[in-house]
Design a protein around this ligand. Structure first.
Ligand code: SF4
Ligand code: SF4
Length: 453
């Protein structure tokens, strides 16, 4: 029998609209089948907490096999999965087209969905994954100041830990005093220059994080587009891509957000825009997860095909001979992290390629899970695990004493910065590197002024 990963893996649609998907006993049988294969294989033991939890449950069970594990305890494995997709993409030899047809992350997603349907989610998780509502509320100017100020205090962090299950020591994003979408305006004036690989016009899907938390990343992208005379539109209106809801198994909310976003994005895709999203998880949602959840929807497919990672777009633009390379400012030593949700997009190391175009850069690249994983790594019960998973990344990224640390995932880079600060404190070292998004680094390297200053 040939191993499936010798050819490109196939991802099957999730098939969540059939009653069988939701049937607990059918799900338990599939969990048993897959857990049994994993227990015999163990390749993924170092990836995350799901696999060690599974192997301990089996090894310490009555029979030493999966049938010795009470089914109620399967949840412990499911809860440790934060859907990074790394087991499917980088380790598993039994992914389709292998006849064993193993898709561990999507099985975990199914189990989360069944769990969510039966019991709902904790109020705190429902609240924290409603990124639009949280952002809108916290974005009210007076509220922004209070939330940010309160968030910085230890007593408030203890309260948030008790009320929302957010670990008091975890890095937490601040809210911007002005959202990205409030300041960003379309600039369609530049002449249209389509390349062989790239559409000449771009639409910006802001993402909740850029819009509410770090608008500077979005403005840096706009500065880079303007510098390269690429006309762009800001998407008329948008809601969360749905990834946070997917992570808690709330598929109805995912479907609801999908309907709203696709109505906005499909006309742009049909009109030949490259749609750019600066957060890898959001781009992945449109490129992979929504097409697998809604396989018969032509508009979802079309939007998925039109969605680009910004660096994939810029590097393709370079190959088209349409990207300026008049970089002026050396970045020095940069330690760059490729987040899991960039790797899963199968686009190659485009951010690395772009940073290498900048003058005299000393670049090291780390391709390993940082452990942050959205809300998961901030939760009280998983934060210590998130720091443990990330430790090899922190160590490797600190090794070159970089001027900058960077990651396409704007949450991961702060988690890594926190980890490096911890290492520096352990070693008595004083200086922690500056955490910056790669788009910010490219804007700096071009010598373009900070749009937020
Ligand atoms: S998807 Fe990621 S977190 Fe989930 S089981 Fe696989 S490696 Fe672990
Ligand atoms: S997901 Fe695949 S590679 Fe990982 S432990 Fe299971 S069978 Fe092995």
């Amino acid at each position: 029998m040939r191993e499936g990963s010798l050819e490109a893996p196939t991802r099957h649609p999730l098939n969540w609209t059939v009653p069988e998907f939701w049937d607990q006993s059918t799900l338990d049988k599939e969990l048993e089948r897959v857990f049994d294969i994993c227990h015999g294989c163990r390749r993924c033991v170092s990836l995350c907490g799901s696999f060690p939890t599974l192997f301990d449950l089996v090894d310490n069970g009555k029979t030493g096999e999966v049938d010795g594990v009470p089914k109620e305890r399967f949840k412990e494995v499911v809860d440790q999965c934060y859907l990074c997709d790394m087991c499917f993409m980088t380790k598993c030899p039994y992914v389709p087209p292998h006849p064993w047809n193993l898709d561990f992350p999507h099985l975990m997603l199914r189990a989360k969905a069944v769990q969510f349907k039966a019991n709902g989610a904790k109020a705190a998780d429902r609240f924290m994954t409603s990124t639009d509502k949280v952002g809108l509320f916290a974005g009210i100017p007076i509220v922004t100041k209070i939330v940010n100020a309160v968030n910085r205090t230890r007593p408030a962090r203890v309260v948030a830990e008790k009320a929302l299950g957010l670990a008091r020591d975890a890095w937490r994003p601040e809210f911007a005093s002005r959202t990205f979408r409030a300041r960003a305006h379309s600039r369609p004036q530049a002449p249209l220059r389509d390349g062989a690989k790239t559409p000449g016009k771009v639409a910006i899907f802001s993402t909740c994080y850029v819009n509410y938390n770090e608008p500077g990343i979005g403005h840096d992208l706009l500065r880079i587009l303007e510098h390269n005379e690429i006309p762009y539109e800001i998407v008329g209106s948008e809601v969360c891509c749905g990834m946070p809801k997917l992570e808690i198994g709330d598929l109805d909310s995912v479907a609801n957000n999908q309907r709203i976003n696709i109505a906005q994005l499909a006309p742009l895709a049909r009109n030949g825009y490259a749609i750019l999203a600066a957060v890898p998880s959001c781009a992945l949602m449109f490129k992979q997860e929504l097409p697998l959840l809604f396989p018969d929807d032509a508009d979802v497919r079309r939007v998925g095909e039109a969605m680009w990672d910004p660096f994939d777009y810029l590097v393709a633009r370079h190959k088209d001979g349409l990207l300026r390379t008049d970089f002026k400012v050396p970045l020095g030593t940069v330690s760059y992290h490729v987040p899991c949700h960039s790797r899963v997009q199968n686009i190659g190391k485009k951010t690395e390629a772009m940073l290498q175009l900048t003058p005299d850069v000393k670049l090291t690249t780390v391709e390993r899970c940082s452990g942050h994983s959205g809300l998961w790594g901030s939760r009280t019960e998983y934060h210590a695990m998130a720091m443990k998973i990330g430790r090899p990344v922190f160590t490797k990224m600190a090794e070159s004493a970089p001027d900058y640390i960077s990651s396409d995932c704007p949450l991961a880079v702060h988690h890594i910065a926190q980890g490096i600060e911890g290492l520096a404190a352990d070693d008595g070292a004083a200086k922690a590197p500056i955490a910056a998004h790669p788009l910010t680094l490219v804007r700096i390297a071009y010598g373009l002024s900070d749009p937020e200053s």
